[in-house]
Design a protein around this ligand. Sequence first.
Ligand code: NAD
Length: 245
Amino acid sequence: MGSRKVSQIGGDQSGSLCAHRTEEGGTTLKDQVIPKATAKRLPLYYRYLRILNNSGKQKVSSTELSEAVQVDSAPIRRDFSYFDEAAPLELSGYGYDVEALMNFFAKTLNDDHMSNVALVGVGNLGSALLKDKFHQSNSIRISAAFDVNEDIVGRIVDGIPVYPLSDMAEQIKLQQIDIAILTVPAESSQPIADDLVKSGIKGILNFTPARLHAPKSVLVQNVDLTNELQTLIYFLHANSQDENK
Ligand code: NAD
């Protein structure tokens, strides 16, 4: 079981993510569905493992990992059990091998090669994202931005060129961009998503409140801060009710 490799995390429209794995020495390709909650925690683990590795630490226990990323150790062990390659890395009593696990997650999260990302809509939110530059990852960079506003088009904003929409298909192909961030007004989002799909985009991080239609082969991830806040408020109330019992 330790001979298989999880090569990348992809996704489907149902909210579960698929790890496409190859069997070493074989020709079979297998898809294993990883719960979305697990997939969401992987970058957390990966970030902490990079910190440990940079500080020269060689081993980490699931208890230490649990305290650092604030996830109970039971779900951590369950998460890791989805990865054949990661499970044997836990050396009984001594924890996980930091470097091996970090390299494993780098490969799983595709962090071992640069991903160029496009951003469409350089307004309030788009500009903030251009400024952030995803500094927590060395392997994601926004390499092109697009807008219709002639005051912005042709400028370089925070080191990133802003192109007119008419250049979108060409730049996406030229720069081999697979992922686009959508920060345009909701009413413009569907036609832009259609153009992005036609240009070969495989994943859309949609910040607009519109729910987009896209072919099954394209993964759309919606980001909604209002939803996140409402969830937080719900859990805050639930916690304080528990404390009052
Ligand atoms: P904004 O008006 O400041 O920026 C929108 C940008 O899109 C502008 O630069 C505009 O020129 C550009 N644009 C308009 N039509 C376009 C088109 N057809 N093609 C390319 N560019 C186009 O808006 P904002 O405050 O940055 O918000 C952007 C989007 O993000 C909105 O849909 C908003 O509802 C959403 N939003 C989401 C969250 C969240 O939590 N997900 C939070 C804030 C805003």
